[in-house]
Design a protein around this ligand. Structure first.
Ligand code: GSH
Length: 214
């Protein structure tokens, strides 16, 4: 049995969402953030030394990292559904977008959040990341023009990975001038799998990460 460790208001929402989209059986273990520090509780640190969400357990393995977990679940637990096979014409695009959410889009947003949490004060430092954040969000916006999902072959697990990333972008006030990204997010949230994930995983309130957003 697959076990999914889920932290409230976190990336592990992706994995609950993926499992619901795939319609697979899984055990959900919920962990609660410290309301002041937003850090994960000790219970998650007992599962894996890094104490991060998402973490999964399957067949005696403990696995962290959203991208790895997504590929693992699609291919090991769901016969490749929602992933793309290496023989698919858009396999490269699938891999790129799967990696992009965590590898490129999120790091700037994390800096943006910590900068706000810690009171800012170094415009040169933040200016470097600000340029990256703006450029990357524009890249997503341009890609989504005229498309329902990232890949023209249809919804994939890469949309789940980027989808949660964009929910975080939204709470950082980064989607205000990006209509394609906002429409895409609305499309993702309208999916039955997304709604079931919210029902099972619990409501998501990312406003705790909105520090400094006007
Ligand atoms: N790159 C990792 C990031 C994991 C991560 O930082 N997770 C956050 C939740 S959004 C976490 O566990 N935070 C709690 C803490 O650091 O104490 C992934 O994609 O899974």
């Amino acid at each position: 049995m697959l076990t999914v460790h889920h932290l409230n208001n976190s990336r592990s929402q992706r994995i609950v969402w993926l499992c619901e989209e795939l319609g697979i059986e899984y055990k959900l273990v919920k962990h609660q953030r410290n309301a002041e520090t937003q850090r994960a509780p000790e219970s998650l640190g007992k599962v894996h030394v890094l104490g991060k969400a998402p973490t999964i357990e399957h067949n005696g393995q403990i696995i962290i990292e959203s991208d790895a977990i997504i590929e693992y679940i699609c291919n090991v637990c769901a016969g490749g559904r929602l992933s793309r096979n290496p023989t698919a014409p858009d396999y490269g695009q699938y891999l790129q977008w799967l990696a992009y959410a965590e590898g490129t889009l999120f790091p700037g947003l994390a800096v943006d959040l910590v900068y706000a949490w810690t009171g800012g004060g170094n415009e040169t430092f933040m200016g470097f990341f600000e340029a990256e954040i703006v450029k990357n969000h524009q890249y997503v916006e341009d890609t989504l023009k005229g498309r329902d999902y990232l890949l023209t072959s249809g919804f994939s697990a890469a949309d789940i990975n980027l989808g949660w990333g964009l929910e975080f972008s939204e709470c950082r006030g980064r989607l205000k001038s990006l209509p394609n990204a906002r429409a895409y997010l609305a499309r993702l949230r309208a999916r039955d799998g997304y709604k079931r994930a919210i029902e099972r995983g619990g409501p998501q309130d990312l406003s705790v990460f909105s520090a400094g957003v006007t």
